[in-house]
Write a protein that binds this ligand. Structure first.
Ligand code: SF4
Length: 408
């Protein structure tokens, strides 16, 4: 690929084919998020401040905290490494802004493992693709990048089945050809369980399940069985209801069962706001995928207890460091404790935090690496616009230096 193409950090696809003129790619999300000023203003309690003062106030808050929380974590690999260094130094808990969706997946994964695939395999081998409870709209070029291209291994006729999700939002040519079956997201698990039962030959003594007629369930089962390489995709962020991890568990189990006769894989769509990158870095540093507390005995993993929203709601954090270098809309939650924000320079606050330090956007103002949603590749990000904004890692290092100076 020519050097003039570059990678986009703004969703889990990390498209690596962007031209200098980003608008030509036709992705509204990329067009919106690549448009960011190269300068920003530090603020303390909403008023303009110089960087040294902002660092000093941030260092004072973190030095005085006994139970800090490092959250948001929307940045690149070096930013995550620096955030974990700071968390280790301050005894903080860490969680990503997409933690609730991430942990629906992790809870299912930890319960019994899963079989998943890569975006390249989807593009080149998948002849049947189920989109369960999603049409991948959070990943604007998913169809263009993964389903529309021809396989590099020869002819591949692809069949797309949408279980739930609005058909009108599917792009051509899939809008007319996809099989769509309306199913409420809350009943997808039930449908998967019945498909598993039918796979083993158990009778179905009812006329319908989750609104799907019994005859259609058997017709879908035949499509699943006859696939040479099937893929079941879901987006945990869209499965937002109590017990949704059990729905994901049912999908994962269906994939496992289908592998007795043919080949199937899961595809957990995600990776937005650097969440896959954050989980990878935390896993290689601590052995756990976030929701970790750095304690004197070592990292402690509690996926329910260390949910950032729960910690803040329960008053169990006395300082919040919120990192959000990718999307200005991802502002920190309101909290009773002091908030320090390392954010995009175009971030606007309804309730200003105690400290705001504008930081460089990875892939726009600074080079770096991020992990794609499938976790198998870390793609390089390049500088598109010169900027003197500090990276997240540099901003954290400067705060740590200030903390050392105060402690000395
Ligand atoms: S689909 Fe995602 S990664 Fe690709 S250009 Fe759009 S926002 Fe960027």
């Amino acid at each position: 690929m020519p050097d003039s193409f570059f990678s986009c950090p703004f969703c889990g696809l990390l498209c690596d084919d962007l031209p200098a003129d980003v608008e030509r790619i036709g992705c509204a999300r990329a067009t919106r998020l690549f448009s960011v000023p190269a300068q920003g203003q530090c603020r303390v309690s909403g008023r303009p401040a110089d960087p040294a003062e902002a660092r000093r106030v941030a260092a004072g808050i973190l030095s005085g905290a006994r139970r800090p929380l490092v959250a948001g974590l929307a940045c690149d690999v070096t930013g995550h490494r620096a955030a974990l260094d700071l968390a280790e130094r301050t005894g903080a808990r860490v969680d990503h802004m997409n933690g609730p969706a991430q942990f629906r997946n992790w809870l299912a994964f930890q319960d019994g493992g899963w079989m998943t695939t890569t975006l390249s395999e989807v593009r080149n081998r998948a002849d049947v693709v189920i989109l369960a409870g999603t049409v991948a709209s959070a990943f604007p070029r998913f169809f263009e990048r993964c389903l529309a291209p021809e396989s590099q291994f020869g002819d591949l006729a692809r069949r797309v089945i949408v279980l739930g999700g609005p058909i009108s939002r599917l792009p051509e040519p899939f809008a007319g050809s996809a099989l769509t079956i309306p199913v409420p997201a809350t009943r997808l698990g039930e449908l998967c369980a019945v498909l598993r039962a039918r796979l083993t030959g158990r009778p179905l003594p009812v006329r319908e399940v989750a609104g799907v007629p019994a005859a259609q369930i058997d017709a879908v089962l035949e499509i699943l069985r006859s696939a040479r390489y099937g893929v079941l995709a879901w987006n945990a962020a869209e499965l937002d209801f109590p017990g949704a991890e059990l729905t994901i568990q049912a999908m994962v189990d269906l994939v496992k069962d289908l592998n007795r006769d043919t080949r199937w894989s899961g595809l957990p769509l995600g990776g937005n706001d650097g969440d896959t990158t954050a989980a990878q870095v935390c896993t290689w540093r601590t052995g756990y995928p976030l929701r970790v507390a750095f304690e004197s005995a070592g990292p402690r993993y509690e996926p329910l207890l260390f949910d950032a929203a729960r910690l803040l709601a329960a008053g169990e954090a006395d300082a919040l460091l919120w990192i959000s270098a990718l999307d200005p809309a991802r502002v920190p939650p309101d909290a009773a404790c002091p908030r320090i924000v390392l954010g995009r320079p175009d971030m606007v606050f309804e309730h200003p935090p105690e400290v705001f330090i504008p930081v460089a956007v990875p892939g726009v103002h600074q080079a770096g690496f991020m992990h794609r949603m499938d976790g198998v590749v870390a793609l390089p990000l390049s500088v598109r616009v010169a900027s003197e904004l500090p990276s997240v890692a540099q901003a954290i290092a400067a705060i740590q230096e200030e903390m050392k100076r105060v402690a000395a």
